[in-house]
Design a protein around this ligand. Sequence first.
Ligand code: SF4
Ligand code: SF4
Length: 179
Amino acid sequence: MSLSLAMVVLPRVATVPTAAKAKQPRQRPNPKTQIGKPNITTSGPTVKKITSGFNSRNKEPTWQCVKNCGACCKLEKGPNFPSPEEIFDDPSDVELFNSLVGSDGWCIHFDKSTRKCSIYADRPYFCRVEPDIFETLYGIEKKKFNKEACSCCIDTIKAVYGSSSKELENFNAAIWSST
Ligand code: SF4
Ligand code: SF4
């Protein structure tokens, strides 16, 4: 499995109610403790539909990041995704996020030729797709992390590469391969 990269940005229609987020204690993860852990990212509409898909198979896929994707490193994904101001409470996080956005909407650290993060080991905490991060930023319970992370990636890949893309096909094949 790869380690391309991702930005933890849930689509607006995803699960996480604003109220739920607001109730979460804001404990910012220590970036040092996150370095080296598997990474990720996110995004797209219809968690509901996706959840139905999961249920229809009577089992859950296992989230994993896949090679040659990087959809989550497109930081400007359009109006279906929340702004950094809506995601972060800490203004310095908003500032850091905005500083990463290139003129084409992709992260300035995303290497398009390899589809990998050029600062992988030192990427910001919010680029890491991990249970603690999802709980801190979106109020998602750790036991729901796997399903939510899968939905986020599916939605993000759809938004960036399209619903009929090879990237989406690859991701779906990967997450269902171990079930
Ligand atoms: S969208 Fe998901 S699979 Fe694609 S690079 Fe980001 S974390 Fe990995
Ligand atoms: S720093 Fe940029 S390229 Fe690296 S994981 Fe985060 S969004 Fe992707």
